[in-house]
Design a protein around this ligand. Structure first.
Ligand code: NAG
Ligand code: NAG
Ligand code: NAG
Length: 360
C-alpha cells in the first residue's frame, strides 16, 4: 500500500495536474493472472500488458513481451509497450474528421497527424479496476474507463471496458467494449503489445515465421496514412504472408515510415466475425502464437522505431526486437467513406475481442 501511494505521488509529478486531480482516488497497481506456469501481468495504467510468461519446448520459462521494469517508466513510455489504445487508435490524418456535419479536431501527436487517440489517449490514463479474480480456473481482471465529452477532442461520453482473462491451455483473451452515452463518436481500439517469442531481449524477430489470413492490404503513404483509399491484393508484393514466411525475408524492401525500413502496414483480414487472423512461430524456442479476433483489419508493426530503447532488466531493444499484431478498424476510416464505418451512435456498442493462443 505504501509503495502504491508513493507511486501515485510520482505519477502526479510526471503527468499533468489535470490527470492527478481527476483520478486522485484511483490507485495504479500491478495485477497477476496466473494459471500453472502461464502468467500474465497487467496494470490499470493504460490497461497495459506488462509481461506474458510461458515455457518453451525445453520447459524454460521466458517473458515474451517487451516492456519496462517500473510503472513510472510506463508513464514516460513513447513506444506504446503493451497498452490498449483509443479512443481512435492508429493514425488519423491531421487529427481532423467530420461527423454529422460537424468538424472535430483532436490532439496532434504524430507529425501533423494524430495517433492512438492523442498524447493522453486511453493508453495514458488510469483505468478503474472493476473486478479482479486472481485465482481459480480462469483468472481475470476487468478494467473500466469513462471517457468524457471533448477528451483529446472526441465527442461525447464513452463507457469503456477491457477484460483480460487467462485460461487453459495457454490462452489469453482480451475482450473490450464501448458504449456511446450521448453523442455519436468514432471508436477504434487496439492492443499494442510487442512480442518476441524467443523471450524479450533475446535479439530480433526477423527469423520468426508469420502467416496472415489476409489477401488484401491498404497501401500507406510516407506518413503511414492510407491516403489513396486503395485496397490492393497482397499477391506479388512484399506484403504477402498468406503462407508462413520469415518476418525478415523481405523486410529491407518495405518502407515503414519516412526513411525507416520495416512493416507498419494495415491488412484487411479475410472473412468476418471471430476468426484466425495470424499465426507466428519461433523455430529456435519452439514457441508459437495464434491470434484470433473479430475485427476487419490488422496492423503489422515490426518495431521499426525501436532504437536502443531501454527495456526490462537493463536490456536495450534494437530495431525489430519485437513485433505487434494490432487488430483494428481500417486506419483513418473517419476520413475514408469507402472504408467500413467506425461511428458508434448513442446506445450502440463497440466490441473488439482478441484471443491469443500460445503453444510450444
Ligand atoms: C520521465 O521523464 C522525465 C522528463 O523527461 C524525467 O525527468 C524522469 O526521470 C523520467 N522518469 C523515469 C522513471 O524514467
Ligand atoms: C462490457 O463489458 C463489461 C465487462 O465484461 C460487461 O459487464 C458489460 O455487460 C459489457 N457491455 C456490453 C454492452 O456488452
Ligand atoms: C537511432 O538513433 C540514432 C542516435 O540518436 C540516430 O542517429 C539514428 O538515425 C536512429 N536510427 C533510426 C533508424 O531511427
Amino acid at each position: 500500500m505504501a509503495r502504491a501511494l508513493v507511486f501515485l505521488a510520482l505519477l502526479c509529478l510526471v503527468t499533468s495536474a489535470l490527470v492527478c486531480v481527476g483520478e486522485a482516488r484511483k490507485m495504479v497497481g500491478v495485477y497477476m493472472l496466473k494459471k500453472g506456469d502461464f502468467s500474465v501481468k497487467v496494470t490499470n495504467w493504460g490497461a497495459t500488458i506488462m509481461s506474458i510468461i510461458l515455457p518453451d519446448s525445453k520447459g524454460n520459462l521466458a517473458d515474451v513481451v517487451l516492456g519496462k521494469d517500473t510503472l513510472a517508466e510506463y508513464v514516460n513510455d513513447t513506444a506504446y509497450f503493451g497498452p490498449l489504445s483509443g479512443r481512435v487508435a492508429q493514425r488519423m490524418a491531421r487529427g481532423r474528421f467530420v461527423l454529422d456535419g460537424k468538424v472535430y479536431h483532436t490532439y496532434i501527436n504524430d507529425g501533423r497527424n494524430a495517433i492512438h487517440g492523442g498524447h493522453r489517449g486511453f493508453s495514458k490514463v488510469i483505468w478503474t479496476v472493476k473486478e479482479y479474480v486472481a485465482g481459480g480456473d480462469s483468472p481475470y481482471i476487468t478494467l473500466y474507463y469513462r471517457s468524457f465529452d471533448g477528451e483529446q477532442g472526441f465527442p461525447g461520453d464513452l463507457d469503456v471496458y477491457a477484460t483480460y482473462q487467462v485460461s487453459s491451455p495457454y490462452v489469453l483473451s482480451i475482450r473490450t467494449n464501448a458504449t456511446a452515452l450521448n453523442k455519436a463518436t468514432p471508436v477504434n481500439f487496439l492492443q499494442h503489445v510487442y512480442f518476441n517469442l524467443g523471450g524479450q531481449g533475446s535479439g530480433d524477430v526477423l527469423g520468426h515465421t508469420l502467416q496472415l489470413s489476409a489477401s488484401r492490404y491498404t497501401p500507406m503513404d510516407e506518413e503511414l496514412l492510407p491516403s489513396s483509399g486503395r485496397v490492393d491484393p497482397v499477391a506479388g508484393t512484399n506484403y504477402d504472408f498468406r503462407t508462413p514466411t520469415p518476418l525478415g525475408a523481405r523486410i529491407r524492401q518495405v518502407m515503414g515510415g519516412k526513411g525507416v525500413r520495416g512493416y507498419d502496414i494495415n491488412y484487411v483480414i479475410d472473412g468476418a466475425g471471430m476468426r484466425r487472423v495470424a499465426a507466428v512461430r519461433d523455430g529456435t524456442s519452439g514457441r508459437a502464437l495464434q491470434l484470433w479476433a473479430n475485427q476487419p483489419a490488422m496492423q503489422l508493426y515490426t518495431g521499426n522505431g525501436l532504437n536502443n530503447t531501454r527495456g526490462k532488466g537493463g536490456i536495450v531493444y534494437r530495431q525489430y526486437a519485437g513485433f505487434c499484431l494490432e487488430t483494428q478498424a481500417y486506419p483513418d476510416a473517419v476520413n475514408h467513406p469507402e472504408f467500413p464505418s467506425v461511428t458508434v451512435r448513442p446506445g450502440q456498442v463497440y466490441k473488439h475481442d482478441m484471443l491469443l493462443k500460445f503453444s510450444f
